[in-house]
Design a protein around this ligand. Structure first.
Ligand SMILES: Cc1ncc(COP(=O)(O)O)c(C=O)c1O
Length: 402
């Protein structure tokens, strides 16, 4: 057992990471064009996804902001959004005056495709999904419904770097996709984000929104309506630090290996605990290959002597399993003040009383209320510690089962 609260190391910073960042430090700490480490990482990332273009940002949030902007929608246009996600999937649309229409999830915590049929109106222009905790949403169904109803489709892949359905990666099913590269993510820059697409005009629009001057002169087609504004771009500077992108690039070069190992650990966890009566393991079709950003189980307190929080406290306090916890900030979003009363932030776009206070999202509520999460490590050398998690979890599960 662990003596002190245990954490797996993440991100994995080794001598190759030091070298990559120091090399960048002595090469260039500001980049102005699609050049150097930006170009190297963007190309590798787009190629990996078999997409034509990608552009770096200083966070996942700003990459998502640029995706919404690059759709060219108008204030009041509706976008179908998952209520169960991290808020930054939705929050950037408030800056564009778009109306989030919240959708419930399926049993697996992911966007329920049937909600598109139930919630779309004549004002609905787009759908955004998040592949929660790294498990792909049902993209074949979601993308076919978006085509049928002529809706743009955006993917927030911040939990799901490298996840696939068959041999098709998440991030390639819609018009554009964005990934956070924040420090806890599977590809980490510390602070950073990336947007990818095969749509040239959306790509140029996104470049215009986040970059300016040299990169706009370099990349905007002369016929683009934005070319005239190249000096200023859209007036924002959302470029990331090249040091951060050097780190992301180095992490990315190893990450397929990490994914393989994460999948083995996740499979072992699921097989070990699938017959515990008060736990439901993640379920997904065989052709889905999740990222395992985290593995999220559902806890049924009616089959246990302990409540969910008592169970997790026991694991943390007695067994020092610090990587088991209850996810809090990734939650149903529809009641958050930013979405219920967005006029406080953008009085120019929203009326004081537009609040969406409807709380009828039973699946999202249930998923959130019963979720327990465990971090899944990525290296073979983490195996001894991972086995201590399995042992500790098994002991506590035996203790509390009814
Ligand atoms: C699903 C999801 N979307 C968006 C974001 C925002 O990314 P960032 O923190 O890089 O702005 C996060 C990150 O934390 C996230 O988990």
């Amino acid at each position: 057992m662990f003596r002190e609260m245990h954490r797996f190391e993440w991100p994995i910073i080794d001598s190759a990471s030091d070298e990559a960042v120091i090399k960048q430090l002595h090469t260039s700490i500001s980049l102005y064009k699609k050049e150097g480490i930006y170009d190297e990482f963007e190309r590798a990332f787009a190629d990996y996804h078999l997409l034509d273009y990608s552009v770096v940002f200083n966070s996942g949030t700003t990459a998502i902001w640029a995706m919404f902007g690059a759709l060219g929608l108008r204030p009041g246009d509706e976008v179908l959004v998952p209520t169960y996600t991290f808020f930054a999937t939705i929050s950037p649309m408030i800056q564009w005056g778009l109306t989030p229409v919240f959708c419930d999830c399926s049993e697996d915590g992911n966007f329920d495709p049937e909600e598109i049929i139930r919630k779309k109106t004549e004002r609905t222009k787009a759908v955004i999904v998040t592949h929660m905790w790294g498990i792909p949403c049902n993209m074949p169904k979601i993308s076919s419904l978006c085509k049928r109803f002529n809706l743009f489709l955006l993917e927030d892949c911040s939990h799901a770097h490298g996840a696939t359905i068959g041999d098709r990666k998440v991030g390639t099913w819609g018009d554009m996709a964005a990934w956070s590269l924040q420090g806890k993510k599977v590809v980490a820059a510390g602070q950073g984000g990336i947007l990818a697409t095969s749509n040239r005009s959306m790509y140029e629009h996104a470049v215009f929104l986040g970059h300016f001057n040299k990169r706009c002169f370099q990349e905007l087609s002369p016929e683009s309506k934005f070319a005239l504004y190249s000096i200023t771009g859209a007036g924002m500077n959302l470029r990331p630090s090249p040091l951060a992108i050097a780190l992301a690039n180095q992490q990315f070069s190893q990450f397929d290996q990490w994914l393989k190992q994460k999948r083995l650990y996740a499979q072992e966890w699921i097989e070990t605990f699938s017959d515990v009566p008060f736990l439901t393991m993640p379920k997904f079709p065989v052709e889905y290959q999740p990222t395992w950003y985290a593995l999220v189980m559902q806890y049924d307190a009616t089959k246990s002597k302990f409540s969910r929080s008592e169970f997790v406290e026991l694991l943390q306090n007695e067994y020092k399993l610090g990587e088991v916890d209850i996810p809090m900030s990734t939650c149903p979003n529809h009641l958050l003040p930013l979405f219920a009363q967005p006029h406080t932030v953008r009085p120019d776009f929203y009326d004081a009383n537009i609040g969406n206070m409807n709380d009828n999202f039973p699946m999202a509520r249930k998923f959130y209320d019963n979720a327990i999460k465990i971090f899944i490590p990525a290296r073979v050398s983490d195996n001894d510690d991972f086995q201590l998690y399995i042992e500790g979890f098994r002991e506590v599960a035996k203790m509390v089962v009814l």
